[in-house]
Structure formats: C-alpha cells, structure tokens
Design a protein around this ligand. Structure first.
Ligand SMILES: Nc1ncnc2c1ncn2[C@@H]1O[C@H](COP(=O)(O)OP(=O)(O)OP(=O)(O)O)[C@@H](O)[C@H]1O
Ligand SMILES: [Mg+2]
Length: 261
C-alpha cells in the first residue's frame, strides 16, 4: 500500500542576500515517509530547513527538485485537503472570537456559518474549552491558544497533520499536558502526524519514528524507530520507559550540535 505521505529527493535552495547572487542549498535530497496513524517527528538544529520542508509538503513552496506524494498521488507544488498545518506560532486572528477562529477552515471550504459554529461548539466541549466560545485570543492562555490552533486544523478533518514546534513557548507542565492530549486526540481520530521539534525529549516521548536532520544543507542523517514498550498517551509514563535514555542518546549523538560554552 502507498504511504500516507512520501517525499522523494526533495531539494531547495534560496537566493542569498547580497551583491553577488549566490544560491544557498537549504534542503538536499530529502527522502522520507509517514504511514497512516503514524506519529513521525523531525528533529534538527535551527535553520536546517524544517519549516521550509513543511511549506513544501503543503504546497506553499515548490521544491527545486523532488516529489511529494499523498496516498501515492503526486501533489508537488499544490495544496491538498488531506493535509492540515498547525503553524509555528498559533497565529489566531485577534479580532475573531475563539469560536470564529475555530471555524475559519470550514468557512474557507464554503460551509455555512451556522453549521460550522455548531460543529465548533461540539469540538470545544471535546477539548474542554466550553464557555470560552466568545473570548478573544488575548483573553485566553497560551495553552488554550495552542488548543484553538489545533482545533482549527482538526475541524476540517485532514488525514495528515503537520505541526511546527507547536508547544515550544509553553511552560513544562502545560507542554506535557498538551502533548498527552495531542497523542490521545490523534489516536482517537486516526491521524497521521508529522511533528517538528528542537526538543529531543519531546521527539522520543511522542513519536513512532524520528528523522534526525543536520543543517547547511539540511539533510536527514538518521531515521530511528522508537518503541517505548507502552501504549500510554501519558507523557510522564512514556518518559519513564527504561528505553527512553537510549533513544535520547542515539538522537543527541546523531544531531551533531556544536557545544556552545
Ligand atoms: N524565503 C527565504 N529566503 C531566503 N532564505 C530563506 C527563506 N526562508 C528560509 N530561508 C533560510 O533557509 C534556512 C532554513 O530555514 P527554515 O525556517 O526552514 O529552518 P528551520 O529548521 O525551520 O529553523 P527553526 O528551527 O529556527 O525554525 C535558514 O537558513 C533560513 O535563513
Ligand atoms: Mg522553523
């Protein structure tokens, strides 16, 4: 069977700033895949091209070379309804209420507003945010804003969810609570997740598989299948797996970050 998502030989370079025109290779020959219901992470240093890669998967950016296939069909350079994107920052519209931020994707799809709002209300209940429908993003916490961003993506029912460092700016207890919630939601809804993070601990606790990247140019240096020997969606429980440290160590040694002292 075809992979839910497959990337073949993705390369991308940008025109560097300056008087002399030089192209800088950002991504070089990336090949990877994600299967249905799989949680796949990309971990790599800042600037290795992770967000660029997501822009290519969603079709916002065309690669110089290579192909993106979704369920075996080439989608390179085009957007697919099967893919949902939770951006690096939550990017809610400040002038819209929580409810109207959640329905945004449905509005874009042309769904009637009343119907979309009804669906969003049900979703807010599911995400334990009942009563916040009419609040504005500035009136809710950072964790709630991330939840709203996730709901806004989930409501359009994509098969594949791309998440770009969604939990980066949160304090630790909130981060692990939202990570656990995410694992439960995507398992229940049978989604494929592709997750970008700097955080090796997060990658190990969340993922079925991790691609490790290096920078300049961005390349995949290793692929690690993670088995923490537990099905629990609870992060502290996953973190306590006796195999956690081995995976952490494996990724850390692969990532090749220069120590800053
Ligand atoms: N539109 C652009 N024009 C020129 N260079 C760009 C552009 N977008 C990104 N770059 C460069 O490409 C490289 C990769 O950027 P990208 O944002 O994909 O990295 P990243 O891995 O997501 O980094 P971070 O972890 O900091 O979010 C960086 O060196 C960046 O400066
Ligand atoms: Mg980025």
């Amino acid at each position: 069977m075809a992979h839910a998502l497959e990337a073949i030989g993705i390369s991308k370079s940008y025109e560097a700033e300056g008087r002399i025109s030089v192209r800088v290779a950002v991504l070089n020959g990336l090949a990877f895949h994600a299967d249905a219901n799989e949680f796949v992470s990309f971990v790599g240093p800042s600037g290795c091209g992770k967000s660029t890669l997501f822009n290519i998967i969603t079709g916002l950016l065309a690669p110089d070379e290579g192909s993106i296939l979704i369920d075996g069909r080439e989608t390179t350079g085009t957007t697919s309804r099967k893919v949902g994107y939770v951006l690096q920052k939550d990017l809610l519209f400040p002038w819209r209420t929580v409810l109207d931020n959640v329905i945004l994707g449905l509005e874009i799809l042309g769904r009637p507003r009343a119907e979309a709002r009804e669906q969003a209300r049900d979703m807010l209940k599911l995400y334990r945010m009942e009563g916040y429908e009419n609040k504005y993003p500035s009136q809710i916490s950072g964790g709630m804003r991330q939840r709203v961003a996730l709901m806004r993506t989930m409501i359009t029912d994509p098969q594949i969810i791309l998440m770009d460092e969604s939990y980066k700016a949160l304090d630790y207890p909130l981060k692990i609570a939202l990570e656990g919630e995410l694992l439960s939601v995507v398992r229940r809804e049978k989604k494929t997740v592709i997750f970008i993070t700097h955080d090796i601990e997060e990658a190990v606790t969340m993922s079925d598989r991790v691609y490790v990247m290096k920078a300049r140019p961005g390349e995949i240096v290793n692929e690690i299948k993670v088995d923490l020997e537990t099905d629990s969606p609870l992060i502290p429980e996953r973190r306590m797996s006796r195999r956690f440290n081995d995976y952490y160590d494996m990724i850390w040694r692969n990532i090749g970050i220069e120590p800053v002292i």
